[in-house]
Design a protein around this ligand. Sequence first.
Ligand SMILES: [Zn+2]
Ligand SMILES: [Zn+2]
Length: 280
Amino acid sequence: MPKFCGRWMIADYHTHTALCKHAQGDVEEYVRRAVDLGFDEIGCSDHVPLPGNYDERHRMTLEQYYSEYAPRVSGLIEKYRKQIRVKRGIECDFLDWAEGWNSKFIAENEFDFVIGSVHFVGPRGEEKPLFGRDYDKSELEALYEGYFLEIANSAKSGLFDIIAHCDIVKKFGKFSSARVEELQWEALSQVKKADLCIEINTSGLRKPELETYPGEKVLTLARDLKIPLTLGSDAHNPDQVGMDFGSAISLINKYGNGRISLFERRKRSEVNVSQLRGAA
Ligand SMILES: [Zn+2]
Ligand SMILES: [Zn+2]
C-alpha cells in the first residue's frame, strides 16, 4: 500500500518545454508559474529522446537531455527548494522496439516519476502517429483497437509509473464497439495489475473534444478498478500550468476518492487533493 499522509496538496505532473520543439518556455518559467499558483509540486516531464533521433521533431536529443534538461531540472530542484518541490520526470513513448533503449535510459537517470505514453500505434515502419495527420472514419476501428492494445502493453512493460492521456485516440473521432470496450477494460486491468496510476490530463479541455483525457467513461472503469490518479496539464507553454484544474479536481473527487498520487524517486504516496488557491 502506498503511504497516505492525510495532507492536502496539489501538483501538476505533466509539462513540456521549448526543448521538445513544439512547446514554448524554459523549464524555470513553468516552475515559477506553479509557484505563483501556490502548487506544492511541479513535475517536469519533457519528451524522452529516442534512438536514432526517431521523431526528432517532437523531442530533445540525448545530448540535449544530458547537457541541458537534466542539469537545468537539478538546478531548479535546489533553487526553489523552499518554495515548491520540483520533481524530475519524463514522458516516455511506449514503442516495443525501443524498450531496451528506454529501460536503459530510465535506469541511468534518477527520475521521480516516468509517464508512459502511447503516441504511435502499429509496428515499426507502419506505425500511425497520434499527431500530425487526420484519420478518417474508415480507419477509426483499427486505430482504436491498436491504441488500447498498446496501452495494455505499455502497462505490462514494467517501465512506467503513470500512464498518460489514456483515451487520447478519441481526438480523431468517437468510435465504440464491443471489441473496443473489451480492449479498454483489458488495458485498464493491466494498469491496475501493474499497480500504476493514470493521469487526468486537462489538455483535452483545450481541444475541440472538450473532455479530459481520459473522459468520464474511462474514469468510471478506473474507479471500478480502484486505479490511483495523478493530475497533469500537459502544458506546452507556462501559462497552461494547472490549467482547468478546477474541473480536474472535481473529477478526482468523483473518481479518485479525493486523492492524488505523488512520486519521489519512483515511490508513490497519496495525499488529499487540495482546492486551488483562491477557490472556495
Ligand atoms: Zn503525450
Ligand atoms: Zn505531454
